[in-house]
Structure formats: structure tokens, C-alpha cells
Design a protein around this ligand. Sequence first.
Ligand code: NAG
Ligand code: NAG
Length: 241
Amino acid sequence: MNLSTLAFTTLMLAACSLAGLPLVVQDDQQTPYTSVNSDTKVPVILGVMSRCPDAVLCETVFDQVLKKVAGKVDLSLTFVAHANASEPDFGVTCKHGPAECAGNVHELCAMKYASPSEFWEFVQCQNYQGIDKIGQPDTALKCANTAQIDWVNSGMGDCAGLDGSGKAPEGILLLQHSVNVTEELGIEKSCTIIINGKQVCIHDGTWKQCENGHNVHDFVRQINHEYKKLNADGSSDEDEL
Ligand SMILES: *[C@@H]1O[C@H](CO)[C@@H](O)[C@H](O)[C@H]1NC(C)=O
Ligand SMILES: *[C@@H]1O[C@H](CO)[C@@H](O)[C@H](O)[C@H]1NC(C)=O
């Protein structure tokens, strides 16, 4: 996506936020993947709602970022929604309705059961179908296929419901847990970007609180900086981009 496309997309965005939560930025996060290499990857967390245009925009930007810092990042999504015991299907109220809760479950199950690259391809595929298709069973099944995730044997199907409903017990628990984590991180807006424990940027209708910039190059630079800090024991001699 080029910058003029981004600017155009920005015009179409509505704010996706939940009011009322205090904003607390924490310094320690858990990363969802364990690195097999000896280097320490930079945890990057995107606070999102699956059907939020701001989230789609952030994920599109980070698709470009990942291509430039491949191997240096552990990217994960954490979902913005409200725990609500009165919600019959998910126990969670999602701003863009139950279909968004289902879309969140699909992405969480892919994050848990697919490889990082398969997971990311799944998310990009969902976004590419269009906001209105995110959360639909056939979208999840189609995108699992596109990302070459074996729906049945990988465990993703059991997690998300073999029929793709997003309403299997494991997926629902993942969503509830993710919503808790999001609140603990003090994230209330989709999309919120956290790099190595620091909130560095929000896209909420427009870019906000992005002290160190908000284009692909700015995020790449910040990730490379954090990667060097995390691996600054002389053993790693990475090239600067
Ligand atoms: C909780 O869920 C119920 C049932 O869907 C809904 O009527 C209510 O508005 C929700 N409460 C909040 C605070 O979202
Ligand atoms: C989410 O947080 C609530 C309130 O602290 C807790 O009761 C619930 O068990 C948590 N759910 C998960 C799945 O972590």
C-alpha cells in the first residue's frame, strides 16, 4: 500500500475505541512465540478489533514493516472489547457486533495454532476480503486455506469451531483472556501499537501520539533500535537498514 492509498483509507475511518478505561502503559509483556534462535526478538503488540478500519490500516502498515525486519519481531494481536457476562455467545461485547467477536476468535486461534507467518497471512487474507466478511465462517475457512493452515489437523478448527462459527469453547476462552490482557495493558483504542513494551502510536481515525513517526520506515527504525538494545551483548552484529 502506498502513502496516497493510506491517506485515502484514512478518510474512510471511524474511530474504534472503548471509553472509560485508564491508559496505563506497562513495560513488561509476554510474547506469544518462543524464539528458536539465540537472539531476542522485539515484541510488537497491536491492540485491535478485527472489524475496525483502523486495525486493518495498522495491519497493512505492519505487513510492510515485517517485510523489512523479518526475523527480528514477535508480532501479536490483542483484542479490544468489553467482558460482558450477559453476552450469550462470547461473554464479550465487541464494538462491531458478534461477527467481530467471531473474527477475533478466528485470528486468535490462528495465532495459537499456525506458524507466525501463516497466522499473519491469515490476518491479511481476512482483511483483504473486506470488513463485512470478517468473522464469517466461510471467510475463516477460505483464509485458513489461503494461508495453508490445515484447519482440522492443526488444531485451529477445534479452537475456532470446525464449522468456522468462532464459538467453540477454546476460542471463546482465548477471546476472554485476550480482552483481559488488553485491559491490563491499558489499551482502549484500536489500533494501538506497542513496541518492546512501549506504546509508540495509535491510529484512531487519524494517527495520534506517534512521537517517533508513523510510517513504515519509522516503525522499522524503532524496531531495529529495540532489537539492538535487546541483543547488545556483542554477540550480534546486525546490519542496519
Ligand atoms: C452486555 O450484553 C447485553 C446482551 O447482548 C447487552 O444488551 C448489553 O448492552 C451489554 N452491555 C454492555 C455494557 O455492553
Ligand atoms: C478475565 O478477567 C476476569 C476478571 O478479572 C476473570 O474473572 C476471568 O476469569 C478472566 N478470564 C480469562 C479467560 O482469563
